[in-house]
Design a protein around this ligand. Structure first.
Ligand code: MRU
Length: 309
């Protein structure tokens, strides 16, 4: 199953809002379709957003649009994952947007495999690894970042177990990470987000590996809930790794200066179709939080394991 593919000059995105129940592809015929897919989380995860945006630029080029204007519109789709900005800026410099997007597509897979090889070195036989959100093949073109490390360790024959936080409000952990691990026959268990500290306190978790939406000065921005997991890991001396490609690095900004996306209150007020809070409930729904550098053990990249900066 592919997260996305390019065919007949259109982009096909696996609609992740329908997983795991339905495998349906959304056909993007225009760059506006790609913006819609990014905003509604049909495609999500920092690397996948970047590559989808690149194909959005390619669609605009084929339609003879003004690429500078299109770039500005695409960059407004979501604010936190830096891969979106990285990809669109790279496309503006390219001779052919489509060729560059296709190159990015291939590079993403190679990068994740390299990251997997480096990251597998910190995984021991018998480890139980906790992950948050979905930093798997579905968050990329293929293979994944955090789940790519887990895949690589599993392929090396290490017996590992995975614990997925459900990752409220959109449940990327429950819907997507569990699904991916099941597809690979990697033993997986689902917990509610608030159980992560308890499992670490009981010594049931040996490592935490998560992805990133942005690695910047002072820390890492990732899915809401990552901070609480990192704090518990620090308290219970569980190594806490972030797996992220260099395209997720932002050397310019402090992690505290970047925009953290605030999403629709309905994501919190409803669990699926079911309303879980009374009418009139006030909601705050930040999609990401920031893990400070001093509680991160290491950042697994395609070039090796780096210190946070
Ligand atoms: O809101 P999402 O689903 O796009 O958030 C995704 C995450 O926070 C992932 O953990 C992150 O992008 C890393 S993906 C390799």
């Amino acid at each position: 199953m592919k997260t996305m593919y390019w065919m007949d000059n259109h982009l096909f995105l696996l609609d992740q809002t329908k997983l795991p129940d339905k495998v349906v592809y959304f056909e993007c015929k225009t760059y506006g379709d790609v913006i819609h897919a990014i905003k509604t989380l049909m495609v999500r995860g920092a690397p996948a957003i970047g590559v989808a945006a690149a194909f959005g630029m390619a669609l605009a080029e084929l339609a003879g649009e003004n690429l500078e204007k299109v770039a500005r519109e695409i960059k407004e789709a979501r604010p936190t994952a830096v891969n979106l900005f990285w990809a669109v800026d790279r496309l503006l410099e390219a001779d052919s947007a489509l060729d560059e997007a296709l190159l990015m597509y291939e590079e993403d897979i190679e990068t994740n495999r390299a990251m997997g090889k480096h990251g597998a070195k910190v995984v021991d036989d018998g480890d139980t690894i906790l992950t948050h959100c979905n930093a798997g093949a579905l968050a990329c073109v293929d293979y994944g970042t955090a789940l790519g490390v887990i895949r690589a360790a599993h392929d090396e024959g290490k017996r590992i177990k995975v614990v997925c936080d459900e990752t409220r409000p959109v449940c990327q952990g429950a819907r997507l990470s569990v699904f991916e691990m099941q597809q690979e026959d990697i033993p997986v268990k689902l917990i509610v987000d608030s159980a992560a500290g308890r499992l670490m306190q009981e010594g049931k978790i040996n490592k935490v590996i998560i992805g990133a939406d942005r690695v910047a000065k002072g820390g890492v921005a990732n899915k809401i809930g990552s901070l609480m997991v990192a704090l518990a890991a620090k308290r219970f001396k569980v190594p806490f790794y972030v797996a992220a490609p260099k395209s997720t690095f932002d050397y310019e900004n402090s992690i505290y200066d970047i925009e953290i996306e605030e999403r629709d209150p309905d994501e919190v007020l409803y669990f699926g179709e079911c309303r879980v809070a009374p009418e009139g409930t006030e909601v705050e729904n930040p999609a990401f939080d920031v893990v400070p550098s001093d509680i991160i053990t290491g950042i697994i990249t395609e070039d090796g394991i780096l210190e946070p900066f």
